[in-house]
Design a binder for this molecule. Structure first.
Ligand code: SF4
Length: 311
């Protein structure tokens, strides 16, 4: 019987996702003609479907857009793709997260100074493709510790190390140590974003209080899957659910029973999906479960908030 539902201190939409959705909504409202998003605006089906309903299309290649406005998703794209879109006469609106753009900046700067960059990330992720596109001749992607260790010794090369914004913090700490052992001269840029750090740390805080953790997020969301991995390691059991419909009553009928459920959500998961999951758990408890939410800290709006919004 479910007795307690504890919500992670940090979960759900991050700054970059909120910003990308706002840009896409404003563009769809203000532009005449067809508005199309290149790749998923954020990795969540509910958000993508919502834009589809508003008549905003989605494509995976610039070749599929003939006219109108093209929005670049929060994960960014390579510069040659933006150039290809502009040369077709498309208006390009860039909703790339500023923390992804920060990696572009780092890469361009160090490559200009003669460095070769090792980027630790998933080679099949949109974000990685965009990053590599900024200096294809000067970046090597490593997706695992084995791939990193297989790279040449490069004693003469100036080297930099960057990392996917949504990487596992502890995994990257290990990668950093391995890289420094192999190439003591390597410059490390920890480009994991704050939202990722906060959401992963919140799981570490949540795990001792609960018997299992449900992460609300999409199968295509790298950061949601990472939260499941961390939850599983700490808690023993975690499930990734796309929505409340994926929650199965038999999960809570185990012996010994699962009584305390933790809830988290990836950075691209809208709040309503989290609330629906909580409501389903309360319903399964016969309406008796206590829901413990993180304290909301109110803070004064800072000038830097606007700076981020207009970055
Ligand atoms: S997860 Fe981080 S890098 Fe990705 S959109 Fe959110 S804030 Fe930006």
């Amino acid at each position: 019987m479910i007795r307690k539902i504890v919500i992670a201190k940090h979960h759900g939409f991050c700054m970059g996702v909120k910003r990308a959705i706002k840009i896409a909504e404003e563009t769809a409202r203000d532009r005449d003609g067809q508005v199309t998003i290149l790749n998923e605006i954020v990795h969540n089906e509910a958000v993508v479907e919502n834009f589809n309903r508003q008549g905003v299309g989605q494509v995976s290649s610039v070749d599929d857009v003939k006219q109108g406005t093209l929005i670049i998703s929060a994960h960014g794209v390579a510069p040659d793709i933006i150039e290809a879109a502009q040369s077709k006469g498309l208006e390009v609106i860039d909703a790339t997260c500023p923390l992804v753009s920060r990696i572009y900046y780092i890469i361009q700067r160090v490559v200009k100074n003669g460095y070769h960059v090792i980027h630790y990330g998933d080679p099949n992720h949109d974000e990685t493709a965009g990053i590599v596109g900024y200096a294809p001749e000067h970046i090597t992607v490593a997706a695992s510790r084995e791939e990193l260790l297989d790279l040449p010794d490069w004693p003469e090369k100036k080297l930099g190390l960057t990392v996917q914004t949504t990487a596992h913090m502890e995994e990257f700490a290990e990668i950093e140590e391995l890289a420094l052992n192999k190439w003591p001269h390597i410059q490390v840029f920890n480009t994991i974003c704050d939202a990722t750090t906060q959401r992963q740390s919140a799981i570490v805080e949540l795990a001792p209080q609960v018997d299992m953790i449900l992460v609300v997020g999409s199968q295509t969301s790298a950061n949601s899957k990472r939260l499941v991995g961390i939850s599983e390691a700490l808690c023993g059991w975690s499930e990734l659910i796309g929505s409340a419909a994926d929650i199965r009553a038999e999960w809570f009928e185990d012996d010994p029973p699962i009584e305390r459920i933790g809830i988290s959500a990836g950075a691209s998961t809208p709040d309503f999906l989290v609330e629906e999951a909580i409501a389903k758990l309360v319903e399964l408890s016969g309406g008796t479960a206590e829901v413990i939410r993180p304290e909301k800290k109110s803070r004064r709006r800072r000038a830097s908030d606007d700076a981020w919004a207009n970055f």
